[in-house]
Design a protein around this ligand. Sequence first.
Ligand SMILES: N[C@@H](CCC(=O)N[C@@H](CS)C(=O)NCC(=O)O)C(=O)O
Length: 199
Amino acid sequence: MKLFYSVTSPYARKTRLLAREKGLQDQIEEIACNPHEKVPGLSKANPLGRVPTLVLDDGSGLFDSPVICQYLDSLSDTPRLIPKSGRKRWATLRWEAQADGILDAAYNSVMESRRPRHEQSPDWIDRWQDEIRTALDAIELDMSTLPEKLCLSHLALAAALDYLDFRLPDLAWRKGRPVCAHWYDDFAQRPSMLDTRLG
Ligand SMILES: N[C@@H](CCC(=O)N[C@@H](CS)C(=O)NCC(=O)O)C(=O)O
C-alpha cells in the first residue's frame, strides 16, 4: 500500500497515527507530497487530488481520512481501534467527526487568511474560529467520556489539537480547558505522535 500525505496535513496525520498504533507502518509506503501542486499518481487514485489518499496493491485509491482509518483498522484485530458495532462504535465515530469538524474549521480559516487581505472574509474567519471554540468547550466537558483504552477517538482528537498548536497558536486552545490540555500534553509523548510531527 502507498499513502499520499503531506507533512502539514492533520487529516493525513490521523491515518498515519492509526497505522503506527496498529503496527502497520511497515506495510505502507508513505509518499510525502504537496497536494496544491501536481503530484504524479495522486489524481488517478483520488480525483479530488487531496491527501490523505491510500493506494491499495491493486492500484485502487481510498479516501478520505475516515474511510482510510476504517480500512486500515479492518486489516487486523490487534488492536482494534474502531469498535465493530454497538454504542462504542458510534461514540468513537462521533469523536472522530467532532475532531474532523474542528479541523475543517481550522483549515478553512487558515486558507482564508492566506488570501489577499482585500479578498478575505473576516466574518467567515470569526465564524470558523467560534465553531472551534464551541466544540473545544464541549470536549472539555466530555473528557470523562473519552474511553480509557486507546481508540480512534484519541487519535482524531490529538491530531486536531496539535493542528491548532501548529497553525492557530493565537487561539490558545488550552486556556480554560485544563482537562483537555493535561490529557493532550501526556498523549503527545506517544512514539506515534513524535514520529508524525507536523512541519
Ligand atoms: N475530509 C478530508 C479532507 C482532506 C483535505 O482537505 N486535505 C487537504 C490537506 S490538509 C488537501 O489535500 N488539500 C488540497 C486541496 O484541497 O486541493 C479528509 O478527511 O481526508
